[in-house]
Design a protein around this ligand. Structure first.
Ligand code: ADP
Ligand code: ZN
Ligand code: ZN
Length: 821
C-alpha cells in the first residue's frame, strides 16, 4: 500500500510513500502523517491511498500517523483543491487550513560540536574572514546548538555549504530531532472508588485506625454517589494530600486515571435570553431559506437588512431549523468585535452545541474547540474566517454575517482566500443554502444579486419601528474659521455629548487610527520620522512614551531630538484614538470613558468586560477604531460621533469610497436602536464628497449605482477579476529585477489580459522588504472565471523559474485582492 502526501510548502505535487504494516490500520485520506522529506522530517497530509505506485525506486515509508479520526474526506479534499487552484497556492497550503493550529510535528536540526576539532580549525582559519570562521567562533565553547540559532548568531543565512565542509572536516555533526507539537489534548487526573460502597463501609473502621485522613477522602467520594470527580477537586475538598490518595490507590481502594478534558473558552459577556414574536419581514426571509434547508438544496442568498433590522434572530431561527434536520451550521462573523455579543445570543439558544473559534482564544482552547467539532459534539461553529475550515460534518447552513467585511480576506499568508467567497463554494459542495448578510452589502455581492447569481432577501425596517438616526456633517475647516474647533472636537459634538451624558445615555466615538499622534515631524529639516523597516511614519503612543510602527511592530523610545538633523523642534500631527480619549477626559472629567482598539484589548476578556459595563451604563463613552462600528447592539446608545471621516476616504485604493461608506453607515447604525432616537455627528474636511452625502441620506442604493458605474468604466470588479503579483526582497534591485523578469513572461498574454507595468508598491518597503507589483486584470467578457489569468500567471512563473537570474526572490499572488496598498 502507498500513500500520496502533500505538504504545507510551496510545491504543487504529491509525494508517494509506502505504508508500513503496523500503520496500515490508521492510514487514510484526511490524516496527518510524519514522513522523511529530504534530510528533514515533516508533517504532511494523506490525500490518497493506492495499491500501486507510479514511482518504484526509493519509496520511503511513512513514519507515524498523528490522527485517530480523519480530518477531511474526499469531498472536502476537492474543496481544498478548488481553493489551491483558485488562489494559486499549493494544495498542501490549502489543506493546512483544515488543521488545528500549532499541532504539527516537525524536525528541528541540531548541530553537535566536537570542541577540540573546532579549536584546531579555528587556528588554521585565523587570518581569514570567512563564513567558516564566523561559525567556528560561534561554536567555540559549545557542545550543541540549534541550526536556526547558529544561523542567527553567525549573522549569515547561507551557512549550509560552510557547515557541510565543517562536517566533512569532523568538526560537527548535523542531526534531525523531532519537535513536539505545540498544542495537544489536555489530560488530567480523575479519581474513582475501586470498591463498592457496601464493601468500603465495612472497611472504614480499619482504615480509620491507621490513617484518619484517608477516611476523609473516602467519605467525600462516597458522598458523590458515583459522579465523576477530578483528583484535584477531591483533594481540595477533603483537605487530604496527594500522597494519601496514592496510598489508597496502592491498596486498591481507589483508582486514579487520566482523562482528556475540554478547555472551554468562556466569554465574560453575557445577556439574558429574550423571546419575541418574529416580524413579518423576518418570517418571510426565514421561510424562504428554510425551504432550501429542508430539501438540502444549494442556493446563495444576499440578505440586505438595514442596521438593527434583526438579522441575528433570523440566523438563530435558521440554525434551529438546521439542527432539527440533524445537520450542522457555520456562522461566520468578522474578526473581533461581533464575537462576544453574538456568541452569547447563540449560546443562550443552543447551549453546548455551539463552539467558538477565533484568534483571541489560547491555542489550547482553539484546539479543544476544534476537537469538539471533529468528534461531532459541537454542531454550530461560530467564528472568524478560519472557522469555515473547522471539521464540521454534514453542514446544512452557512451564514456569513457582515459579508462586506475586509477581515474575511486572509491577507498575510497563502492561500489568500476570502472566506465569504469560499463559503459559497463550500455550500455548493455541501448542497446547502448560504446566507450572506449585511446592512451595506459589498458592491460585488449586490451585483451578484442583481444578475441572478444570488437571491436577494431584504429587511428594510428597523425592529420596533425604531427610526434610522439623523446624521449631521460638520465641516472642520469652516468650524476652524469660526473658532469653533477645540483641537479635534467641534463645539457641536461637545455640546451633543454633554446633552447625552446628562440623560445617562450611551455615546460611541469613532476615530479609525490607533495611537496618540500618527506623525512625528521636524520643523527644521521637514523630515517625518519613518520606520527603519517600512516606508510608513511612526505613530506616537503617549502611555508608553514610544513611537511604534503599525505595520511591522517596531517600538522605539521617543527620540529627544530629530534623528535626521538633531533639532529639538519636533511636532506631532494626526490624532489617533489615544489623543481622542485624552481630550474627552479633559472635556468630561466626570464621565467614565473606555477605549477599544487593538492596543487596549489585547488581554483576553478585556473586550467582553468593557462591552458588559457599557451595556449596564457603568461606562458612558466608548471611543475606538472600526471595532466600535461592528455589530454592537446596545439600546442605550443614542449618539455616535466620528472625529474624522478622512481616515479611510483618502487611501489610494479603488475600494476606499466603498470602505468609507460601509464604515460610516455601520457606525451610524449603532445609534438609536430602540425607542430612544439616535443621532450621528460626522466631522469632515470634505462635506461635499459624494460618499458622505450618500451616508448622510442613508442611501445605499444611490451609492451602489454610482459605484457600480465607476467600476464598469475603470474595469474593476465585478467587471474584471484582479490578481496582484508582488516580488519582495531585502535588496531593492533584486525585487525590481524579479518583477521585471516576471513581467517579460507575463507580457506574452497581453492580448487577452490587461497587465500593468511593474511598479513600486504604495508602501514601497515593508518589514525590511522592498515590494514591487504587477496588477493583472481579466476582463469579464473574455475571461469570466479568471481561468486564463491563472494559467498565464502559473505558466509565467515556470518560465521565470527557468530563466530569471532573480528566481530566488519570493513572489506572492493575491487573487481578488481586498486592497492594493
Ligand atoms: P442587526 O444584526 O440586523 O443589526 P440585531 O439582530 O442585532 O440587528 O437586532 C436588533 C435588536 O432587535 C436586537 O436587540 C434583537 O434582540 C432585537 N430583535 C430581533 N428580532 C426581534 C423581534 N422580532 N422582536 C423584537 N425584538 C427583536
Ligand atoms: Zn530635523
Ligand atoms: Zn515598520
Amino acid at each position: 500500500m502507498f500513500a500520496e502526501v502533500v505538504f504545507p510548502l510551496p510545491f504543487r505535487n504529491r509525494f508517494t510513500y509506502s505504508i508500513p504494516e503496523d500503520l496500515q490500520r490508521f492510514a487514510a485520506v484526511g490524516v496527518r502523517t510524519v514522513v522523511p522529506f529530504g534530510k528533514r522530517k515533516l508533517t504532511g497530509y494523506i490525500v490518497n491511498i493506492t495499491s500501486k505506485s507510479a514511482v518504484t525506486e526509493d519509496v520511503k515509508p511513512l513514519e507515524d500517523i498523528l490522527d485517530d479520526i480523519p480530518v477531511f474526506d474526499q469531498r472536502m479534499l476537492e474543496f481544498y483543491e478548488w481553493i489551491a487552484d483558485y488562489y494559486l497556492s499549493s494544495p498542501g497550503d490549502a489543506v493546512k487550513l483544515a488543521m488545528p493550529y500549532g499541532a504539527d510535528v516537525e524536525t528541528k536540526r541540531k548541530v553537535i560540536v566536537d570542541p577540540e576539532r573546532c579549536k584546531e580549525l579555528l587556528l588554521s582559519e585565523k587570518k581569514k574572514n570567512t563564513v567558516k570562521k564566523k561559525i567556528l567562533e560561534v561554536l567555540a565553547g559549545r557542545v550543541e546548538i540549534n541550526f536556526g540559532h547558529l544561523q542567527k548568531m553567525s549573522g549569515k543565512k547561507n551557512i549550509y555549504s560552510a557547515v557541510r565542509s565543517l562536517e566533512e572536516a569532523g568538526a560537527l555533526t548535523v542531526i534531525s530531532e523531532l519537535s513536539e507539537a505545540k498544542v495537544k489534548a489536555k489530560k488530567i487526573n480523575f479519581i474513582r472508588l475501586a470498591k463498592s460502597p457496601a464493601e468500603l463501609y465495612i472497611l472504614i473502621p480499619e482504615i480509620e485506625r491507621r490513617s484518619p485522613k484517608q477516611v476523609k477522602l473516602i467519605l467525600d467520594m462516597l458522598s458523590l454517589k458515583g459522579e465523576e470527580a477530578t483528583l484535584s477537586e477531591v483533594l481540595k475538598r477533603s483537605g487530604v494530600s496527594k500522597a494519601s490518595a496514592d496510598s489508597l490507590a496502592a491498596k486498591g481502594f481507589v483508582e486514579i486515571y487520566e482523562q482528556e478534558i475540554d478547555r472551554v473558552y468562556a466569554e465574560l459577556y453575557s445577556e439574558i435570553q429574550q423571546e419575541f414574536l418574529l416580524t413579518e419581514a423576518q418570517e418571510k426571509v426565514i421561510n424562504e431559506v428554510s425551504a432550501d434547508i429542508d430539501v438540502s438544496n444549494f442556493k446563495a442568498y444576499l440578505l440586505y437588512g438595514v442596521t438593527g433590522s434583526g438579522k441575528t434572530q433570523v440566523y438563530i431561527e435558521l440554525v434551529k431549523k438546521t439542527l432539527a434536520k440533524n445537520k450542522s451550521a457555520f456562522i461566520l462573523v468578522p474578526e473581533i468585535s461581533l464575537t462576544p455579543q453574538i456568541t452569547s445570543r447563540f449560546t443562550n439558544n443552543f447551549g453546548d452545541k455551539v463552539t467558538v473559534i477565533h484568534s483571541r482564544m489560547s491555542p489550547g482552547e482553539r484546539y479543544d474547540s476544534w476537537r469538539r467539532v471533529l468528534k461531532g459534539k459541537a454542531k454550530v461553529v461560530i467564528g472568524a474566517r478560519s472557522a469555515l475550515f473547522a471539521p464540521l460534518k454534514n453542514p446544512g447552513l452557512i451564514v456569513v454575517d457582515e459579508e462586506h467585511d475586509a477581515s474575511y480576506k486572509q491577507f498575510d499568508s497563502a492561500p489568500k482566500y476570502n472566506a465569504r467567497d469560499c463559503a459559497v463554494i463550500l455550500a455548493k459542495f455541501s448542497n446547502c443554502p448560504v446566507v450572506l448578510g449585511s446592512a451595506t452589502p459589498s458592491v460585488e455581492s449586490m451585483w451578484n444579486a442583481e444578475t441572478g447569481k444570488y437571491s436577494l432577501l431584504s429587511l428594510p425596517e428597523r425592529i420596533d419601528n425604531a427610526k434610522m438616526p439623523g446624521i449631521t456633517l460638520v465641516n472642520i475647516a469652516d468650524e476652524k474659521k469660526k473658532r469653533k474647533m477645540e483641537n479635534v472636537f467641534s463645539s457641536l459634538l461637545i455640546e451633543k455629548i454633554k446633552e447625552r451624558l446628562n440623560k445617562k445615555e450611551g455615546v460611541i466615538i469613532l476615530q479609525n487610527r490607533r495611537g496618540f499622534s500618527t506623525q512625528m515631524y521636524c520643523e527644521d529639516c521637514g523630515e517625518l520620522e519613518i520606520c527603519d523597516n517600512c516606508s510608513v511614519s511612526m505613530v506616537y503612543h503617549i502611555n508608553q512614551n514610544t513611537i511604534n510602527c503599525h505595520y511591522c511592530g517596531l517600538v522605539k523610545k521617543v527620540p529627544p531630538a530629530c534623528t535626521n538633523c538633531g533639532s529639538l523642534k519636533l511636532k506631532f500631527f494626526g490624532a489617533g484614538t489615544e489623543r481622542v480619549e485624552d481630550e474627552l477626559e479633559y472635556h468630561f472629567p466626570n464621565a467614565v470613558i473606555s477605549r477599544i482598539d487593538s492596543d487596549s484589548i489585547s488581554r483576553k476578556n478585556t473586550l467582553s468586560q468593557i462591552l458588559f459595563e457599557f451595556s449596564k451604563g457603568d461606562i458612558d463613552i466608548l471611543v475606538g477604531t472600526q471595532m466600535v462600528s461592528k455589530g454592537l447592539d446596545f439600546a442605550r446608545v443614542t449618539l455616535v460621533g466620528v472625529i474624522s471621516a478622512e481616515a479611510t476616504l483618502w487611501l489610494p485604493d479603488f475600494r476606499s469610497d466603498e470602505r468609507t461608506f460601509q464604515l460610516l453607515t455601520q457606525v451610524a447604525g449603532r445609534a438609536g436602536r430602540s425607542k430612544a432616537e439616535g443621532e450621528v455627528i460626522i466631522q469632515t474636511q470634505n462635506d461635499k464628497h459624494f460618499t458622505l452625502l450618500k451616508v448622510l441620506a442613508n442611501d445605499y442604493r444611490g451609492f451602489y449605482e454610482r459605484e457600480i458605474s465607476d467600476r464598469k468604466r475603470h474595469l474593476y470588479p465585478p467587471f474584471s477579476k484582479l490578481c496582484l503579483i508582488e516580488a519582495k526582497d531585502q535588496t531593492a534591485g533584486k525585487a525590481r529585477g524579479a518583477i521585471n523578469d516576471f513581467y517579460k513572461e507575463l507580457h506574452k498574454y497581453r492580448n487577452r489580459l490587461i497587465i500593468s507595468t511593474p511598479a513600486s508598491a504604495i508602501i514601497a518597503r515593508l518589514k525590511g522588504f522592498y515590494r514591487f507589483q504587477i496588477m493583472v486584470k481579466a476582463k469579464r467578457d473574455i475571461d469570466p472565471s479568471g481561468a486564463i489569468m491563472r494559467k498565464a500567471v502559473i505558466d509565467s512563473f515556470v518560465e521565470f523559474n527557468r530563466r530569471s537570474r532573480y528566481r530566488d526572490v519570493k513572489l506572492f499572488y493575491d487573487v481578488d485582492p481586498q486592497s492594493v496598498i
